[in-house]
Write a protein that binds this ligand. Structure first.
Ligand SMILES: [Zn+2]
Length: 512
């Protein structure tokens, strides 16, 4: 048998499309041709596979014409991950392992020149794709990647350290060096998700003293799924508050954790220690639009996708490139981002909560009780004007975060703990979900009118406030959603005037 087929997967977005590695050995002028990989990757892959096979003490068919084809041809195939399937294909075609036994397995792994297996990107995405499509197959991966893939429930995942560990499993029965099943210590093992996953750890809001107003706004944002903009002078504690936001959110479901981990796995940044922990991405304001929203070839997820089911914290908000900020509008509305580059489109999930922070003016001290502001009204307008109306419109809560003086800090007791606030957040979310099946932030215009259930006084209050503040219909709807969340936190069926009054306060931190 001089033709063999080995199954693997390519990565395009979160999709892990099936790839078949076909290996054909023929008599003729000796050569080693690889079809389906980019030119530069072919040479390296050939070298790794040839060296790994030889250094593992196996036979590389040097006297044959070897043709390897990775099908289909039009998928992005970042090299490395196909080393293991290519090597197995060559060994099967040259009858050093049994081709028939490879069926029912999928393989991925990069080979070192000595035959060691190196981890691949996106192992969890691969396992998740099999899981969601109901494909029952055994995954064979480098050990580190296998630990990641094993988090997906119901899969059958094997980890191996060396090419030989894999080869031994697929040799003919009589050719196997020993009949008894060798212990897992030899580098091959079925991998199970850790039975006792660690409890997610978040920084505690109890560490933040004072800031009653900001803490309340964070609680509302967490309960309703609202995005939040904090405006305050440098050193007022905005970052400290933002870094503690993820801990206030309800615990992740397994599906959410899988999606979030799959995106991190694509970016190569997943660690099993962060399993079930809501991520907080905090890119620097010099980040490019591509780094923020994703891009490149093949397309890679950006920071907004790394923040999927978690928090995107943007400090120095107006300092981000305008193009980067405007690119946030689509995912803030839809929870996904589509990246189109040349003929290729990839969609990444990006359902994050935005927590943004900014100084009130270029010098930072507008309205400060500690220091005078040196900015002209024109400078202040220009600074705040870097944030477009449509973008600000997508952030439901705008608050001021004043600095807390040293005396206030000394006298203040510890703040309420994250765990205690989260209890109220979970109850309010549950209340909203039972009523309308989604968090308040996701309500469309018609639905918010229906579910807000304003009483007469509340309706009057809202109409007056909107007229006085010159609000658009869109701004009014945003305030209504926040009022609905305030009422949910109070366990109230109908939104009352006091709830509206509080919500109105959360849209007045900026001048324009
Ligand atoms: Zn200033």
């Amino acid at each position: 048998m001089s033709l063999s087929l080995v199954q693997s997967r390519a990565l395009l977005g979160l999709e892990a499309a099936s790839v078949t590695v076909e290996v054909h050995l023929a008599n003729g002028l000796p050569s080693f041709t690889l079809v389906g990989l980019a030119e530069t990757e072919v040479k390296e892959a050939r070298e790794r596979v040839r060296s790994a096979i030889q250094n593992a003490g196996l036979e590389f068919p040097n006297n044959k014409r070897i043709t390897v084809n990775l099908a289909p041809a039009d998928l992005p195939k970042d090299s490395g991950r196909f080393d293991l399937p290519i090597a197995l294909g060559i060994l099967a075609a040259s009858e050093q392992i049994q081709a028939a036994r490879l069926a029912g397995h999928e393989f991925a792994g990069e080979l070192s020149l000595s035959g060691e297996l190196r981890p691949v990107r996106g192992a969890l995405a691969m396992a998740l794709a099999l899981h969601t499509r109901g494909i029952a197959t055994r995954l064979v991966l480098p050990t580190e990647s296998a630990q990641e893939a094993a988090l997906v429930p119901g899969g059958e995942v094997y980890g191996a350290r060396h090419l030989l560990d894999v080869v031994q499993r697929f040799m003919a029965e009589d050719a196997q060096p020993q009949q008894a099943e060798p212990p897992a210590a030899d580098g091959w093992a079925r991998v199970h998700a850790a039975d006792a996953a660690p409890m997610p750890l978040y920084a505690d809001l109890a560490d933040v003293k004072g800031h009653a107003g900001a803490r309340r706004a964070l609680e509302i944002a967490a309960a309703g799924g609202h995005s939040l903009l904090m405006v305050g002078e440098p050193g007022s504690g905005k970052s400290m508050l933002a870094q503690r936001f993820a801990g206030l959110l309800p615990p992740m479901s397994v599906d959410e954790a899988l999606e979030s981990a799959a995106v991190a796995s694509l970016g190569g940044s997943f660690s099993t220690a962060r399993w079930m922990t809501r991520p907080t991405s905090a890119p620097h304001h010099t980040s490019s639009a591509v780094a923020l929203v994703g891009g490149g070839s093949p397309p890679r997820p950006g920071e907004i996708s790394q923040a999927h089911h978690g928090v995107l914290f943007l400090d120095e908000f107006p300092e981000f490139a305008r193009s980067a900020l405007e690119a946030l509008r689509e995912p803030l509305e839809t929870g996904t981002i589509t990246i189109a580059r040349a003929a290729r489109r990839a969609e990444f999930p990006a359902r994050f909560q935005l927590i943004a922070a900014m100084n009130p003016c270029p010098c930072g001290y507008l309205g400060s009780t500690l220091k005078g502001c040196r900015c002209t009204p024109d400078q202040i307008l220009r600074y705040q004007g870097k944030l477009s109306g449509p973008l600000l419109d997508r952030i439901d809560l705008h608050i001021e975060v004043p600095a807390v003086s040293a005396q206030q800090l000394l006298g203040a007791p510890d703040g309420e703990s994250t765990a205690s606030i989260r209890t109220r957040v979970i109850a309010a979310r549950e209340f909203a979900l039972q009523r309308q099946g989604s968090p308040n932030q996701a309500l469309q215009a018609g639905a918010i009118d229906k579910h807000a259930a304003l009483d007469e006084a509340a309706r009057k209050f809202m109409v007056n406030a909107a007229a006085k503040l010159g609000w658009s219909a869109r701004s009014t709807h945003r305030a209504l959603k926040v009022a609905r969340t305030v009422a949910d936190l109070a366990g109230a069926e109908a939104v009352r005037a006091e709830h509206v009054a509080e919500a109105v306060q959360y849209r007045r931190a900026l001048r324009h």
